[in-house]
Design a protein around this ligand. Structure first.
Ligand code: A3P
Length: 290
């Protein structure tokens, strides 16, 4: 196992195995019924995947388990650490409608998704908590680039040097296209505040209709506590040496505001000043503190 370096594709640093296989990813053609879930890493991807998967299976967790992948939905990439087969390999074996996950920024999403008007759900999380979660992930995932010390990591995040590129450009890219492309833009903090409301929003966007009881059941099954114990969602299927769960579990804390336990007041001020500059051209209603 080696930590992959990042290589730029159209100016965006991507993990090398994605960059090397870029042509096949860019040429990927989804079915119009396929559904895309897009996020900057650590924004709540797995949580949202679990909600969608359960909604598509009318809350039947056993039916979800019969899906042909040990994790919730294929990742739009070529390489996956064993024993998980690569995303494109899995997708070719599945019948649409398929739930497809990506961390690609908007401008790098294969254009056939937009030509085919695929439904797209984007999840965004406030920058500071997203950064903290990514830091722990880069420490535990032995294929991610070396995170280095915390202080330097903050700067890498601010400069957009982490894999999948700039958080700022990522959240803005989908935000600015959400109306034109009919993207459902969700916030992690809203999901924490009122998971039921957000499950219902997803259900309506997908033109699904499930009973009140099923909604309650889905909210329960997608709580942090239950997902942490669920082998379908806690990534225990990716063991050491790829994911070193003893450094940090995948389902780590699942809270809003954990950044306060990591940023010093000086780091926070420096980050906020830079944030104001990088985000001055948009008004995305992030809630960093609840
Ligand atoms: P933390 O590291 O802050 O705990 P992703 O799936 O995009 O990689 O995001 C992972 C983050 O989402 C982790 O954040 C994880 O704990 C959190 N998460 C996953 N499921 C959750 C749930 N049901 N409720 C709240 N947070 C959840």
């Amino acid at each position: 196992i080696a930590r992959f370096p990042v290589i730029k594709v159209k100016g965006v640093p991507l993990m090398s195995h994605i960059a090397y296989n870029w042509d096949s990813i860019w040429a990927f053609r989804p079915d119009p019924s396929d559904l895309l879930i897009a996020t900057y890493p650590k924004a709540g991807t797995t949580w949202t995947q679990e909600i969608i998967d359960l909604l598509l299976h009318n809350g039947d967790a056993e039916a979800c388990k019969r899906a042909p992948t040990p994790v919730r939905s294929p990742f739009l990439e070529i390489y996956s650490p064993p024993p998980i087969p690569s995303g494109l390999e899995l997708l070719s074996k599945m019948d649409p409608p398929r739930l497809i996950k990506t961390h690609l920024p908007f401008q790098l999403v294969p254009p056939a998704f937009w030509e085919n008007k695929c439904k797209t759900i984007y999840v965004a999380r406030n920058a500071k908590d997203n950064l903290v979660s990514y830091y722990y992930f880069d420490c535990m995932n032995q294929t991610q680039p070396e995170p280095g010390p915390w202080e330097g990591y903050i700067h890498k995040f601010m400069r957009g040097e982490l894999s999948w590129g700039s958080w700022y450009e990522h959240v803005k890219g989908y935000w600015l296209e959400r109306e034109k492309r009919n993207i459902l833009y969700l916030f992690y903090e809203d999901m924490k505040e009122n998971p039921r409301r957000e499950v219902e929003r997803i259900m309506k966007y997908l033109d699904l209709s499930v009973s009140e009881d099923v909604i309650n059941h889905i909210v329960e099954l997608t709580s942090f506590k239950i997902m942490k114990e669920n082998p379908m969602t806690n990534y225990s299927c990716v063991p050491s040496p790829v994911f070193n769960h003893s450094i940090s579990p995948f389902m780590r804390k699942g809270e809003v505001g954990d950044w306060k336990n990591h940023f010093t007041p000086e780091q926070s001020k420096m980050f906020d000043d830079d944030y104001a500059t990088q985000m001055k051209d948009v008004n995305i209603p992030f809630r960093t503190l609840i």
